[in-house]
Each structure stands twice: as C-alpha cells, then as structure tokens.
Ligand binder design. Structure first.
Ligand SMILES: *Cc1c(COP(=O)(O)O)cnc(C)c1O
Length: 448
C-alpha cells in the first residue's frame, strides 16, 4: 500500500522566511494621507514594536521565538497528504499533494499568525487585543492565542454574523474572548452608525473602524490583523517551509503550487518559500485562486488604495476593486476582501505569481468531491484551491502531462455546513462578475 501522509517528527522551522529579501524590486511603501511613506511611528499606536519591525524588514530569515514555537507545536508540523483517492477519481496522471492546515485548534491556518502576534503584544506589556471578525475564523484564532498568553481579547463581530453564526462566536467565548455585535455602543463610530440606523446589521468596514478606534484610544490595548500585512504573511511561511521538507522526504518537487487568496496570507505562507527557489532559477508556478465575484488579482487595478472601507488605514499599493466595493454574499467569507496583500500584488504585477478565478458552484462541487474521496470537508475558501487543482489535473489528463501539484487546505468546513446545505438544495448562486459595481467603486480610488 502506498504511503499517504508525511509528518517530520517535531521538525518545525526555526525561522520565518521573508520574501522581501528575494523580490526583484523593493516593496512599494505604504503611504499616509499626505501621500508620503508612513514611518514606524504612525503604526505604534496600534501595533507592538516587534511587529512593526517585521512589517518593514528586508531580512531573509527572522527567528521564531521559542515560546511561539512551543505553542505551535501543539499541532505542528501539519500533515502533507497525497490525495491518491482524488487522483483516482479524476483519472489524472498528476500527483496531487495538500498541506492540511485544518488540523489547528481553530480549524485553519490563522493561528499561525495569531500566536506570534499575541506573544509580541504580551512581551511589550499590552493587556488587551482588539480585532474584528466577519464569519469568525480570525476572531476565534486570536481568542485562542490571547488565552495562551493571558491577554484580554475583544472581538467586534459583524452583527449579521453574530446573529447567524453562533458556533464560531461560542468558540471565541470558549477560549475566553469577549465578542460584541458590531456596531456596538462602545465606540464613537458604532454610536454614530446606531444613531442613524438603530437596526444596522453592521459590516466588516464598521467593525474594523470600531476595533481601530478602541485600540488607538487605549494605551494598554493594541489592534491585530489576520491577513494582508507583511508580518502576517511572514508568520504563515512555516506552511511552505514544512511542505518543502515533507516533499523532499518523498523525493518530489511541485510544478505548481495553489492556494485560495483573500488577503493573501495562506497563499504567501505556502508559496513564498517556493518563490525563494524560483528567484534562484527553479521552474515552479505559484497560483492564487479567488472567487469570480470578488476578483481583485484577476480584474482589479494595481494602485494605491485603503486597506479598509472607511479609509482609516494607510494606503497600500495593491490589486484592488476599490475600498468601498461590497462583494456579493458568497459563502467563502474569507475571500470577500476588496484588495490583496501588497507583497502578493507586487509579485503578481511582475509576472512571478499567477492568479485565476473560479465560480461559486464549481468550488462547492470540488469540495464535495474532495470530501467524498479524501474524507475531509474543506472550508469554502479552500474549495477554491481544490477547484483550480482539479481543473489542472483534468487538463493534464487530456495532454498526458504528469505534473506534481500542491495546494493548501487552508481550513475545514465544519462551521460552514449551512453553506453546503444551500449547495445540496441547489440554492447556491453563481454571481456574475460584478463589472458595474467594480467600475463604480474603482472611480472612488484615492487620488493624490
Ligand atoms: C481567512 C481564510 C482564508 C483567506 O485568507 P488569506 O489571508 O487569503 O489566507 C482562506 N481560507 C480559510 C480557511 C480562512 O479562514
């Protein structure tokens, strides 16, 4: 019988890999409201010093603190699995491998960054972390991490999700997180919204604005972000480093590497360590997969834009659909972001990282086939990578190419079963590419 799973014993990377060191051009700097690059001081009201240094660093290797590695060892290294049953079902000559990030306590890759972020804040004397969450993946990861380092964690959860998705809220509460339905009456932003509309269902933009306001106004509190920023992608690079080692144990190297891309953190996490080889001349294709309904990399503009919908954050040069673009209500909540990480965006712009978009129905068909062959029920976000891998595996079946394909199973779908329910009932919508809405929102890009 063929071996299926590779798990190097307690072999977890000692350093994070910083892709900036190998990029052909220095990253475009974030800009403040005056159009000038923002310095570290502008960030110190809401982030600890160590995180700000990582955000701006060009060092290739950054040491992972022992206290952080110790916590990550609770579930890492994560398995590398060969999807032999999926291969058989597709009848493809390709070898398909996936990195299983669903085995973390929160069920996704997000704790890989939540834990170091909580650690550095604790080190610098911060008492409270504040964040926002949509569907709850990031909020639950930060609640887990805050509990590990004895920090008070407050999560502004978009009201509609707070009401409709009680299980992730309860997960946050189980790990000691304080969850508030946003808009709250604790912040000026929230009170203003509630004055205008007492029944407001909230939005991610409002929740971010509330979290940033509360963190900025309290010297003992900081803010934490679960994707997009350089330091978050840095923390996720343990995924790709482990995968490389595990593939080496099998004597394999991928021709193509796939990951779903919302803000770009699990994509950067898996793909950047392979980019190091690509920069050194190796032939490997890196592919981010996004929804056709929120296609920042494939249909967005590469320009400076705000990271949030209210224009509070510095401007970042990225592929964006416009900061006030409101994506359709697709079930992959983690992929409903108007922009993309600046690092992923720049590599895409330079032709070093590819992107493709897939429709919602196709992603759930892929997820169900995966569950019925490999057993694991994937998160709707992960289904995007699976759909892309299936497309490639079937293409290779036509051409007879036997490629090695690697993808990130970024999370499991146990809290997303109502989305699968909609799919089984045939109620899932395949949104058209929202061309008009994107045009309108791109017209509001900041000008300077
Ligand atoms: C949040 C999330 C994503 C998307 O976020 P990235 O920062 O792009 O990685 C993908 N998959 C899962 C399971 C998530 O929770």
């Amino acid at each position: 019988m063929q071996k299926k799973i590779w798990l190097p014993e307690n072999e977890m990377p000692t350093h994070w890999y910083n892709v900036v060191a190998d990029m052909p051009n220095a990253p475009a700097p974030p800009l403040g409201p005056d159009g000038q690059p923002v310095g570290p001081d502008a960030l110190s009201a809401i982030f600890p010093q160590a995180i700000i240094e990582q955000e701006m660093s060009a060092e290739r290797w950054i040491k992972i603190p022992d206290e952080v590695r110790e916590k990550l060892l609770l579930w890492r290294p994560t398995p590398l699995v060969r999807a032999t049953e999926l291969e058989k079902a597709l009848g493809t000559p390709c070898k398909i491998f996936f990195k299983n990030e669903a085995v973390s306590p929160a069920g996704s890759h997000k704790p890989n960054s939540a834990i170091p972020q909580a650690y550095y804040n604790k080190q610098e004397g911060v008492k409270r972390l504040i964040t926002e969450t949509g569907a709850g993946q990031w909020g639950s990861s930060l609640a887990l991490a805050g509990n590990m380092f004895d920090l008070d964690v407050r999560i502004c959860m978009v009201k509609v999700s707070y009401d409709q998705k009680p299980y992730r809220r309860l997960l946050m509460q189980t790990w000691g997180g304080n969850v508030f339905a946003s808009p709250t009456d604790m912040t000026q932003v929230g009170r203003d919204v509630l004055t205008k509309d007492p029944d407001s269902q909230g939005s991610l933009g409002i929740a971010i604005a509330e979290a940033v306001e509360e963190a900025g106004g309290n010297p003992e509190a900081n803010y934490a972000l679960g994707s997009v920023l350089n330091h978050v992608l840095l923390h996720q690079t343990i995924i790709g480093q482990e995968a490389k080692k595990q593939l080496e144990m099998v004597g394999e190297y991928p021709d193509m590497v796939f990951a779903p891309s919302g803000g770009g953190s699990n994509l950067g996490g898996l793909a950047f360590p392979f980019f190091a080889d690509k920069a050194a001349g190796k032939d490997v294709r890196l592919v981010g997969v996004e929804p056709t309904s929120c296609p920042s990399l494939t249909k967005g503009e590469y320009t400076y834009d705000y990271g949030d919908s209210s224009g509070l954050t510095p401007m970042m040069k990225m592929y964006t659909l416009g900061h006030d673009f409101m994506p359709p209500g697709i079930h992959a909540g983690g992929l409903r972001y108007h922009g993309q990480s600046a690092l992923v965006s720049q590599l895409h712009h330079e032709g070093l990282l590819e992107a493709m978009a897939v429709g919602q129905t196709e992603t759930f068909e892929a997820g169900v086939l995966f569950a019925r062959t490999e057993g694991i029920v994937p998160a709707p976000e992960s289904n995007h990578a699976i759909a892309a891998v299936i497309q490639e595996a079937l293409r290779c079946k036509e051409t007879g190419e036997a490629k090695t394909l690697l993808f990130n199973l970024s999370g499991h779908g146990h809290f997303d079963m109502s989305s699968y329910d909609r799919f089984f009932k045939g109620e899932l919508e395949d949104y058209e590419y929202p061309e008009e809405a994107i045009k309108a929102s791109l017209a509001t890009l900041p000008k300077f």
